[in-house]
Design a protein around this ligand. Structure first.
Ligand code: NAD
Length: 371
């Protein structure tokens, strides 16, 4: 299938930019899915794709996901994403990222980039040499640093909203919450849960991480193959995608699922099945939007306190999704998409009408860059 056919098959993208600079070995694709709500923000993934078609499909899919995530988060941002084709362990150079930065710059703020799988703060710093349209730059430059404490705090809010809806109270005191994965997000989440008086049950394939958490918080740990099937109020997946699938779904013993991992449902039909099973699903991209909220604050001139406050909004956002699911008699995963689409339609139209008045301009980024 040719690139144009692939682009029409994977969504109505506004623009797809192929970036090629043989001098530095750059082959990258930037996909701008939708800018109705604001500039398209999404990370740059560096991955050793099997071929260019695989890279194009990935960037089209991921950029569309960002549109929904930003819209459901209530942010004035659109959805975009970039992929650099290459091995992130062996093929990174300053020239590669600066050349990529020039392509980002050529879009004049329509696309704003950030870290993703295979890229790090140092790479963002190289991109920043060429363009102000990058987030996740070092704190010295006005950046926001590691997003995971903010993501985890948003996840805590998502868990509270699920508890409120399913159990009638958002107090987590004494509540059994199974956390799969003790990485960047999971470890911060466990800290917040313990502070709130919850009783986390944890698992990770890395036994050192498990031991550290058990020693520090005196909490229960189970083996990685058992964590999903714990008798508990809430299951919080914070490791892998597609963990709710044909093999696992009927064995779940939780009342609700609310966690930080991306793409928790193997397929959309598993969301419908959760509804039939009476398990409340807090949609992943609504729950894990705290990291995106954090970089959004960076665009306005960064303040950690303000970013932390902003992540509290995840609570209301998740409750809104539950209410819409009830109103329309659909699964919460479908309600999240509907909520995002409704916002894009109504607010996007408003922004068109008031262009230049209602939209905030991200001047701080330019100021920092020009310093
Ligand atoms: P991470 O790599 O730091 O942590 C993942 C952890 O999961 C690791 O400790 C790993 O050992 C563990 N793990 C892997 N397989 C496992 C298994 N089968 N059972 C139990 N544990 C297992 O990643 P992270 O940054 O904490 O992100 C976690 C998830 O949240 C990912 O899906 C990521 O895409 C998503 N997410 C992260 C952020 C963020 O701010 N970091 C934002 C949005 C979404």
């Amino acid at each position: 299938m040719g690139p144009f056919e692939l682009i029409s098959k994977h969504g109505e993208h506004e623009q797809v930019l192929f970036c090629h600079d043989p001098n530095v070995g750059l082959k990258a694709i930037i996909a701008i899915h939708n800018t109705a709500l604001g500039p398209a923000l999404g990370g740059t993934r560096m991955w050793n794709y099997k071929n260019e078609e695989e890279a194009l499909i990935d960037v089209l899919r991921l950029s569309k996901g960002m549109t929904y995530k930003a819209a459901a988060a209530g942010l004035n941002l659109g959805g975009g994403k970039a992929v650099i084709i290459g091995d992130s362990k062996t093929q990174k150079t300053e020239g590669l990222f600066r050349a990529f930065g020039q392509f980002v710059n050529s879009l004049n703020g329509k696309y704003i980039t950030a870290e993703d799988v295979g890229t790090c703060e140092g790479d963002m710093e190289n991109i920043f040499m060429e363009t102000p349209w990058v987030t996740g730059i070092p704190k010295d430059f006005g950046g926001s640093g590691d997003p995971s404490p903010y993501t985890a705090h948003g996840v805590l809010m998502g868990i509270k909203a699920a508890a409120q809806k399913k159990l009638g109270s958002d107090s987590l005191k004494g509540m059994r919450i199974a956390v799969q994965g003790l990485g960047n997000v999971g470890s911060h989440l466990v800290k917040y849960l313990v502070q709130d008086g919850a009783k986390p049950i944890v698992a990770d394939i890395d036994q050192d991480r498990v031991k550290r958490h058990v020693d520090q918080y005196k909490i229960e740990a189970v083996s990685p193959d058992q964590i999903l099937f714990q008798e508990c109020e809430i299951l919080a997946p914070c490791a892998l995608g597609a963990i709710i699938n044909d093999q696992t779904i009927t064995k779940l013993k939780c009342k609700a699922v609310a966690g930080g991992a991306n793409n928790q449902l193997a397929e959309a039909r598993h969301g419908d099945q959760l509804k039939e099973l009476g398990i409340l699903y807090a949609p992943d991209y609504v729950v894990n939007a705290g990291g995106l909220m954090n970089v959004f604050v960076e665009l306005e001139g960064y303040s950690g306190d303000r970013a932390f406050e902003k992540t509290r909004k995840v609570y209301d956002n998740v409750l809104k999704v539950f209410a819409l699911a009830e109103r329309d008699g659909i699964g919460t995963h479908r309600a999240a998409d509907r909520l995002a689409e409704e916002r894009i339609t109504t607010i996007g139209r408003l922004k068109q009408r008031h262009q230049g008045k209602s939209s905030r301009s991200f001047t701080t980024m330019r100021e920092v860059h020009n310093r």
